[in-house]
Design a protein around this ligand. Structure first.
Ligand SMILES: [Zn+2]
Length: 199
């Protein structure tokens, strides 16, 4: 029976450890990597090495950063008493692109997902609580995803923060800009009607 040469086998094994990468995708990526020129392969491996050696979590907001505290937490122009809780660093980037938010963030790096074995204790929520107390935060916007896990996480955090007397909110959900109502799913329509605003 044909077996991959040892270095290729090793690479496939490592790639399969990445989320969402099964055997087929790992094979495809590995065969692509095999065809890279030595300088290209070096750049790829250096990039992987650098994200692990040069990046750390900000001790305030837990976002990925090269310096601690991160540029957002140390920016005097940001409102430190307004906190937006998100699931991942990619969410921070997306919200920053909108330019709609001038507060600070707290990155959970996940959501409560009992089926995948992720409980509230895995999300370092004690740090969130401490940050709210330390900065006398006046409002926490829980911008976790609008999924079962994201909603469950939001409810859990709201309960956790209740004794602190801080305003807790969730971004409005409803019809996306440019939407054609006839093509919207019933849950989105229901949410947008129940969360309607005055004209
Ligand atoms: Zn930070």
């Amino acid at each position: 029976m044909y077996k991959y040469p040892e270095p290729l086998k090793k690479l496939v094994e490592q790639l399969m450890k990445l989320p969402g990468v099964g055997r087929k995708t790992a094979d495809r990526l590995a065969f692509h990597i095999v065809r890279l020129s030595p300088p290209e392969a070096l750049r790829l491996s250096q990039a992987i090495q650098e994200v692990t050696s040069r990046l750390q979590l900000c001790s305030h907001c837990q976002n990925l950063t090269e310096i601690d505290p991160c540029p957002l937490c140390s920016d005097p122009a940001r409102d430190k008493r307004l906190l937006c809780v998100v699931e991942s660093p990619a969410d921070v980037t997306a919200i920053e692109k909108s330019g709609a938010f001038k507060g600070c963030y707290f990155v959970l790096h996940g959501a409560v997902a009992p089926l995948q074995g992720v409980g509230p204790e895995d999300l370092r929520l004690d740090r969130l609580k401490n940050l709210v107390i330390q900065r006398s935060v006046r409002e926490v916007i829980i911008s976790t995803n609008l999924t079962v896990e994201g909603n469950a996480t939001a409810v859990y955090i709201a309960d956790l923060l209740k004794p602190l007397n801080v305003q807790v909110s969730r971004p409005a959900c409803g019809l996306p800009v440019g939407a054609d109502i006839e093509y919207m799913d019933p849950v989105t329509i229901e949410k947008s009607i129940s969360g309607r605003c005055k004209l």
